[in-house]
Each structure stands twice: as structure tokens, then as C-alpha cells.
Design a protein. Structure first.
Length: 342
């Protein structure tokens, strides 16, 4: 039997010779591609492809005591709520030569903790999380392990880790005031479960605060808590519209729930906004393409993802505690909100 032929494993020096550059330039191209001009970078990457070169990340991690990976745990991958922010986060990491590892917790605190511990065990240099509410013991674990951690989609100066995001209470308060200013007095709310979701709690509290400002009694608010999803939004809408008195507006904790509610409204013969107004939160693509267009709160997803990546990379590189940032939101008025019929 003829033994299979073997080819020598290509080295960094082989790539450098093929591309006509120094080994230092090859290393920069692979680790920090934004520091290499495009023409040179393309030449190096072509040499990498032709030779089949693969960096020895294990050896590099042992030498540098870093893996050049960042872990992210997001609540769900089933809808577009976190997609744009996470995309921008990953794009910024790629410019720094860092790989993103993503896990989804399905809004379960126990699963999120398991995934965080797994990412740490796999050598993630830092962690990107959504929201600041979680067991203090988990933050203690991350602090003891020295893992730089940052939370997004929330701004809370008192959180155990830096937060880069927006004030959920202030953002929803602006929208609730707009709703009330248009004459709505019977307000339905479809929210995520509030117990372990600081964003949902802040948004519901903001609606209650706006109602109190306007002298509306707490009994004029009707609340349904549900999982985030289009079908869940539809079912929650059914529940609200069967209650007495029926709400004249349904304010949803995100655009996905709102689109589900709007679809069910049409299926059951309700005119939006003639019979019932519907609002969302996030301003994802669905909000612009549904009919009528969805009144919502615009969240700066891409800016948040980019700035979170920059801050977390700096925390990893410098060992600094990191600084939180508050980003601006604003209300987007579209056709799904109108004054209630007399």
C-alpha cells in the first residue's frame, strides 16, 4: 500500500514570501486588519487562501494569555430585535481581529448563567450581555475571574458593569405621553415578563408614570405579559380586546409583539388605528413595512453595537473598568396611532 503523500504545513513565513511582505505585516493583517492598507491586505489574504494557511490560535492564546474571542449572550435569535446591534458589534470586532461567539438564553436566567460560565471556560476575553439585571453572584464570579463585561440595551450608571445603551424608562415615557396627548385614556400593554427583564420593567413603569402625570387611574391600564414573538403578540391582543373596558390603544414592549397584535387586529376585523391604535418599541424593519406603518421608539441599534465593541475591546486590552454611555432615542410617529373614536 502506498503511503499517503504529505505536504508541509504552510507557515507565516511562507505567506509573507508569497505575498511579498514581511511576517510582521502578515501578522498585522490577520490580527488587526484595519491597520493594513486594502491592497496589501488583499494580497496577504490571497496568499493565505492559496497556501491554505491557518494560524495556530491555540499557541497564540497560550503565549498571549488571550484567545482573541468575545462572548455574547443575547435573549433570543428568533426575531430581529437584537440583529442590527449584534451585527454592528461583530463588524467592529472583526476590524480588531477578534472573533465573536454568540449564545441565546431564551430569556431564561438559568440558561444565561450556564452560557456565561461556558464562554468563560472556553477562554472568552470579555463578555457582551443584554440588560443589567442578573444574580449578583454571577457578577461576583465574573469579577473574580477578571472577565471584562459590558451590558447593552440599557443605561444604568448604578449597574455592576458598564452599560452602553439607552434609558428604557425615558424612551417609553416619551411615547406614552404622545399616546395620552392624542386622547387615549384606556391603555392596553403587551409586555415581556417583568420579573427578570429590567428593560420590560422600565417600559411598563414609564407607561404607568405617564398615566399618573395625566391623572389617569391605575385601573385604566390593562396588562398582559408574554414571551416575545409575533404569535404571542397576536394572542395577547386577543386577551386585551376581550376585557372590559376594551383599550383604545395597545402599547407593545417591542415591534415584534406590535406586528403580531396588528396582524390579529386585521384578522378579527378591527381597523388600525380607527378602532384601536397600536404602538411598538425598537423601530426595526418590520415597523416600516407593515401597514399602517408602526408608531414606535427608534433605538440606535448599530451605534450601540459599534460603541459597545469599542468599549469592550478597550477594557480587555487596557484592563480598565470601562465607561458607560447613554445613547439617544426618539419617537417615530406613523399611521398606527391616531386619536380614539368618540
Amino acid at each position: 500500500m502506498t503511503a499517503p503523500s504529505t505536504q508541509p504545513t504552510p507557515t507565516l513565513a511562507d505567506v509573507a514570501r508569497r505575498a511579498g511582505v514581511s511576517t510582521a505585516t502578515v501578522s498585522r493583517c490577520l490580527n488587526t486588519p484595519d491597520r493594513v492598507i486594502e491592497e496589501t491586505r488583499n494580497r496577504v489574504l490571497e496568499a493565505v487562501r492559496e497556501l491554505g494557511y491557518s494560524p495556530n490560535f491555540g499557541a497564540r492564546a497560550l503565549a498571549a494569555k488571550r484567545t482573541n474571542t468575545i462572548g455574547a449572550v443575547i435573549p433570543t435569535m428568533e426575531n430581529a430585535i437584537f440583529a442590527r446591534g449584534l451585527q454592528a458589534f461583530q463588524e467592529e470586532l472583526r476590524l480588531k481581529g477578534i472573533t465573536l461567539l454568540v449564545a441565546s438564553s431564551s430569556y431564561r436566567a438559568d440558561l444565561e448563567e450556564e452560557q456565561i460560565r461556558t464562554l468563560v471556560a472556553r477562554g472568552a476575553d470579555g463578555l457582551f450581555l443584554i440588560g443589567a439585571h442578573r444574580d449578583p453572584a454571577l457578577y461576583d464570579f465574573l469579577n473574580r475571574r477578571g472577565i471584562p463585561t459590558l451590558a447593552a440595551w440599557v443605561h444604568d450608571p448604578d449597574a455592576p458593569v458598564p452599560t452602553i445603551g439607552f434609558d428604557n424608562h425615558a424612551a417609553m415615557l416619551d411615547l406614552a405621553r404622545e399616546v395620552i396627548a392624542r386622547g387615549h385614556r384606556r391603555i392596553g400593554v403587551i409586555s415581556a415578563e417583568q420579573a427578570s427583564n429590567d428593560r420590560a420593567r422600565a417600559r411598563v413603569a414609564a407607561i404607568r408614570a405617564a398615566m399618573a402625570e395625566a391623572g389617569l387611574g391605575a385601573d385604566t391600564l390593562s396588562l398582559v405579559e408574554t414571551a416575545y414573538g409575533i404569535d404571542e403578540g397576536a394572542a395577547a391582543f386577543d386577551t386585551l380586546m376581550q376585557r372590559t373596558p376594551r383599550p383604545s390603544v395597545v402599547m407593545c414592549g417591542n415591534d415584534v409583539l406590535a406586528v403580531g397584535a396588528m396582524g390579529r387586529a386585521k384578522e378579527t376585523g378591527y381597523d388600525v388605528p380607527g378602532d384601536v391604535s397600536i404602538t411598538g418599541f425598537d423601530d426595526i424593519e418590520l415597523a416600516k413595512v407593515c401597514s399602517p406603518g408602526l408608531t414606535t421608539v427608534h433605538v440606535p441599534h448599530r451605534q450601540m453595537g459599534t460603541q459597545a465593541a469599542q468599549a469592550l475591546v478597550a477594557m480587555v486590552a487596557e484592563g480598565a473598568p470601562g465607561q458607560g454611555q447613554r445613547l439617544d432615542t426618539y419617537v417615530v410617529l406613523r399611521g398606527s396611532l391616531a386619536p380614539p373614536r368618540a
